[in-house]
Design a binder for this molecule. Structure first.
Ligand SMILES: [Mg+2]
Length: 105
C-alpha cells in the first residue's frame, strides 16, 4: 500500500482540485518496487482523480489497484507488514523494505 500525497508527489498543503507534481525519483522507485511487490495506491482523494494523475505521470502501469479506503490511524499493527514513515528518501525506504522480516521466521 503506497500513499499518494507526500510520498509520490511534492505535497505541501491539501488542494482538493489539484494533485501536486510527481516527486523526483518516484517513477524509478515504483518501477523497482513493482518487480517484487503488487502495489496498491491508497489515498483519501477521489480514486478517479488519483488514477488520472497516475496515467498523466505514466506510472499507472506499476499499480494493481487504487483505493481511497484509508482509515486514519497513528499506528498500524501487523505481523506480516510494516508501515514506513516516509521521510522523503526513496533509497532509505527501499532499505527499510529489504531489511524487514517477520519476527517468527
Ligand atoms: Mg500522505
Amino acid at each position: 500500500m503506497i500513499d499518494l500525497d507526500g510520498v509520490l508527489d511534492n505535497y505541501t498543503k491539501y488542494d482538493n482540485n489539484k494533485i501536486p507534481e510527481i516527486k523526483s525519483g518516484a517513477k524509478e522507485f515504483l518501477e523497482n518496487l513493482s518487480q517484487d511487490y503488487r502495489l496498491i495506491l491508497f489515498t483519501t482523494r477521489n480514486t478517479k482523480q488519483a488514477t488520472e494523475w497516475l496515467i498523466k505521470n505514466k506510472i499507472d502501469i506499476y499499480f494493481y489497484d487504487v483505493t481511497n479506503v484509508k482509515i486514519p490511524a497513528k499506528i498500524y499493527i501487523d505481523d506480516r507488514a510494516i508501515a514506513i514513515n516516509f521521510k522523503g528518501n526513496y533509497e532509505q525506504t527501499m532499505e527499510d523494505i529489504k531489511n524487514f522480516n517477520v519476527y517468527w521466521k
